[in-house]
Design a binder for this molecule. Structure first.
Ligand code: FAD
Ligand code: NAI
Length: 476
């Protein structure tokens, strides 16, 4: 007999698996359809984030940071080590263990919350007055299920250049870039966005000579330009070469060498040769063979599913969340939308403030921000004031040998409400949370300036930046 559920979720990435857990917590009978297979052919939950995104990239970034610390920075502490080597196979084994632990953890959470994992490719086959019908095409089985509410959380996939085949050996996207079995001598990267900078930094730390080719004329245009300028300076000092305003003309692979021909500053036929090429030019929503037409739903001109501020599509009972809808392609945004939709299905009235979703780039120094940049606010005609405080004037940062960077805080000139906080520094990913909380509560810079912060800690820079908004930083 055909199985019926209250809620069916398609996709078990951070959007889908969190939606499934929250719906189950609220007493719904829930199934989640997921087809992901790892290179060993095992079915896995967790989506892009756990399998080929956030988690494996951060595991490798941590390994490469440890290697760079050992090779370059331990001597500052008087610790002398020699003959430092990296065992790449061991580094990947560590990463795979972490990924496995996390994906198994979601299997455990599914069992704990009595969520049925339907293994295979899900697609809509039709609808009745009260429910939607879906097919799950498994390895050697096919079944039909139905539910009154369906949450589409099918995520995204790497965007490729139309003329360039990604083989994930020599020319790779994020998947291949996380599995190189040796350190490339010369690594080319197309796209100086989040993946280009994180994975470019990762392989540079391990010894690759990395050149990043970026089409845009300015660097990190979504970040505050003061932060982008500081990051540019730091990356250049580290040896990461970034060319802006580049147009890729042709890429060819001969005898395991990639040759990239590109135009730069109106000079054509510039040539870059490398052992490997990472293509990281953004991601596109994934709605492949989802059968949307069977229920009368279509994607928009950019491939996204249109939704309102509550992730509702135009069809009652059909919701879409995460990378397949508008907004930043971030795991925590997908998770929040998963909770939001499950609670809406339950009849609650939750809310997401998209202005308070933090961004983090896990380079060294890390870059993190929440709210708006100075140029966005000026373009909106807002009257603003801002303060900055450098980490080199913070005792803990000096003690940790991480004194690069600063925090910049922007507030409304009249009300003092916080409008944006921008960090370029070690541990920015953790430091930004204080600013997120403050902005969610619509705090003023004065609120942060008056709160006691532990000493010595990097968080004191947040307080000093808040004081600097009013021109009264204490330690500068
Ligand atoms: P996904 O995680 O893409 O999951 C979608 C799932 O749906 C997949 O498992 C897929 O197999 C499944 N699926 C699709 N279609 C079907 C179907 N028809 N039937 C059954 N199953 C289907 N974000 C951060 O916030 N922080 C980071 O540090 C970060 N690092 C990243 C690093 C890299 C290298 C990459 C590529 C991304 C990173 N991201 C990061 C982005 C983050 O991974 C995504 O924003 C997030 O995974 C989106 O979640 P999602 O649930 O929408 O989709
Ligand atoms: P991105 O959008 O961050 O950057 C893509 C870059 O490629 C842009 O700078 C763009 O101008 C450039 N570009 C586009 N076409 C080009 C071309 N033809 N030639 C040269 N440059 C070109 O996309 P990216 O880095 O691929 O990452 C995808 C998404 O994954 C991110 O936007 C982010 O949402 C998510 N992600 C998040 C992370 C985090 O939160 N720390 C880490 C990694 C990915």
């Amino acid at each position: 007999m055909e199985k019926e559920f209250d809620v069916i979720v398609i996709g078990a990435g951070p959007g889908g698996y969190v939606a499934a857990i929250r719906a189950a917590q609220l007493g719904k009978s829930v199934a989640c359809i997921e087809k992901w297979k790892n290179p060993a052919g095992e079915l896995k939950l967790g989506g892009t984030c756990l399998n080929v995104g956030c988690i494996p990239s951060k595991a490798l970034l941590a390994s490469s940071e440890a290697f760079e610390t050992a090779s370059r920075h331990l001597r500052d502490h008087g610790i002398l080590v020699s003959n430092i080597k990296i065992n790449i196979a061991q580094m990947h084994a560590r990463k795979d263990t972490i990924v496995n632990k996390m994906t198994k953890g979601i299997e455990f959470l599914f069992r704990k919350n009595k969520i049925t994992w339907l293994k295979g490719h899900g697609s809509f086959t039709g609808k009745t007055n009260t429910s939607y019908r879906l097919n799950i095409a498994g390895e050697d089985s096919s079944e039909f299920v139905s539910a009154r509410d369906v949450i589409i959380a099918t995520g995204s996939k790497a965007r490729h250049l139309p003329f360039l085949k990604v083989d994930n050996q020599i020319i790779v996207d994020n998947e291949g870039a996380l599995t190189f079995n040796s350190v490339p001598k010369k690594l080319a990267v197309i796209g100086a966005g989040v993946i280009g900078l994180e994975l470019g930094s990762l392989w540079r730390r391990l010894g690759a000579d990395v050149t990043v080719l970026e089409a845009a004329p300015s660097f990190l245009s979504t970040a505050d330009q003061r932060v982008a300028k500081e990051a540019w300076k730091q990356f250049a000092q580290q040896g990461l070469k970034i060319h802006l305003g580049v147009q890729i003309d042709k890429v060819q692979v001969i005898d395991n060498t990639v040759t990239i021909l590109y135009s730069y500053k109106n000079v054509h036929a510039q040539k870059l040769e490398a052992d490997r090429l990472i293509v990281s030019i953004g991601r596109v929503p994934n709605t492949d063979n989802l059968g949307l037409e069977a229920i009368g739903l279509a994607v928009n001109n950019h491939g996204f599913i249109d939704v309102d501020h509550c992730c509702r599509t135009k069809l009652p009972g059909i919701y879409a969340i995460g990378d397949i809808v508008r907004g930043p392609m971030l795991a925590h945004k997908a998770e929040d939308e998963g909770v939001l939709v499950a609670e809406i299905i339950d009849g609650q009235k939750p809310h997401i403030d998209y202005n308070c979703i933090p961004w983090v780039i896990y380079t060294e120094p890390e870059i993190a921000w929440v709210g708006k940049t100075e140029s966005q606010l000026k373009a909106e005609g807002r009257q603003i004031k801002s303060g900055e405080f450098p980490f080199m004037a913070n005792g803990r940062a000096l003690a940790m040998n991480h004194s690069n960077g600063f925090i910049k805080m922007i507030a409304d000139v009249n009300t003092d409400e916080l409008l944006g906080v921008h960090i370029v520094a070690a541990n920015a990913s953790d430091l930004i949370s204080e600013a997120v909380v403050a902005m969610e509560f619509r705090a003023s810079s004065e609120d942060i300036a008056r709160i006691c912060h532990p000493h010595p800690s990097l968080s004191e820079v947040m307080r000093e930046a808040a004081l600097a908004v009013d021109g009264r930083a204490l330690n500068m």
